[in-house]
Design a protein around this ligand. Structure first.
Ligand code: BTX
Length: 328
């Protein structure tokens, strides 16, 4: 609903101040009674709007009710999330996304779930996705890149997440190669990139994002208490998820467009600005090998750069990385 989108935009621009019905009706070129009807619709979706005679309308409270509508209103993207699918519950938004992609869902389709009963991490690990506590979403992309470059999309996604956290909260995010967002050394978000491709052509990529937002300590399983955290736990503040999702999508779209026009280089610079432990010693666990090295950043193709005395600088494409504080 473009009119409603602009209406929300106007009300939010004058953040918590009254905006007159006259002004709104001129700006949107609709009648004052049409404005009133839109306000009623907004209230159904959880907005609390106060209307005062002679003063106008103001948003008292934006909803944290996640719905396709609330996700659309106020979303400032050009193509990402134009097709939005919201589920109150899903096994995994990745599965929903794969099904949708096979049914030709368009590039930029976004799937959001309130909870996942079979949330997954990399290598068949479990991703805990407590109801209403975090952002569990998948993005369908049809990028004109080679399959080998798809890992760059994971790093790109990490920059968008880090940006949204840095700008939208008081927390300081760091990216742990390749796909974890850490706050105060604990995992707050993970990214799972899956694709359907042939040798030289990508059919589609699904980028899964899991971000812990409002969990309290006990809302994580026992085994994760030392490793995992949420934005609320680190900042003391409860964050509504709708604006955070929108911010992530805005940063993601910006980074993606930049990647398509200027290549990976600007993404790499951004990534390294959030990259944790660059220049420090890390332990790298590949399929065949465990060794210590200096983490010297990411390569132009997104690989991890690890420097050892014996081998010089090596590119690592697939590994688990341990930071040194984790080793003791
Ligand atoms: P990963 O393999 O890097 O991390 C998985 C590991 O992280 C688990 O083995 C566990 O130790 C830990 N973990 C599990 N749940 C959480 C949590 N909520 N917070 C912090 N640590 C946790 C990371 O994989 C990729 C995660 C992607 C999740 C998104 S959610 C939307 C989409 N749907 C889906 O099923 N997966 C993606």
């Amino acid at each position: 609903e473009p009119t409603r989108n602009r209406l929300i935009d106007l009300l939010e621009t004058y953040d918590h101040e009254y905006v007159s019905g006259q002004f709104l009706s001129e700006k949107l070129n609709i009648s004052r009674s049409a404005i009133w009807k839109h306000m009623k619709e907004l209230e159904k979706d959880g907005y609390f709007i106060e209307g005062v005679r002679r003063k106008g309308y103001r948003i008292v409270k934006s909803p944290d009710k996640v719905s396709e509508n609330t996700l659309h209103w106020g979303l400032k993207t050009n193509w990402l999330g134009k097709n939005m699918i919201h589920k109150t519950t899903a096994t995994s938004t990745q599965y929903v996304a794969h099904d949708a992609a096979r049914e030709n869902a368009e590039h930029g389709t976004v799937i959001v779930a309130d909870e996942q009963t079979k949330g997954k991490g990399r290598m068949a690990r479990v991703w805990h996705s407590t109801k209403h506590k975090g952002i569990w979403m998948s993005i369908i992309l049809r990028p004109p890149i080679l399959p080998a470059a798809a890992t760059q999309l994971t790093l790109l996604t990490a920059t968008a997440l880090a940006n949204a956290i840095a700008e939208g909260t008081t927390a300081t995010p760091a990216i742990k190669w390749p796909n974890d967002i850490m706050i105060n050394d604990k995992k707050t978000a993970g990214i799972l990139t899956e694709m359907q491709a042939e040798q030289d052509r990508i059919h589609y990529v699904i980028v899964g994002i899991g971000l812990n937002v409002n969990h309290t300590r006990i809302e994580f399983p026992e085994g994760l208490h030392q490793k995992a955290t949420s934005i609320k736990l680190e900042t003391g503040i409860e964050h509504p998820t709708v604006p955070l999702i929108q911010q992530i999508l805005q940063y993601f779209e910006h980074a993606y467009d930049q990647y398509m026009t200027a290549g990976f280089s600007p993404i790499k610079t951004k990534w390294e600005s959030y990259g944790y432990k660059i220049g420090e010693k890390i332990r790298i666990r590949t399929k065949h090998n465990v060794f210590e090295a200096i983490f010297s950043g990411v390569a132009e193709d997104g690989a991890l750069l690890a420097e050892t005395e014996a081998e010089g600088v090596q590119k690592i494409y697939s590994a688990e990385v341990e930071w040194f504080h984790e080793l003791y």
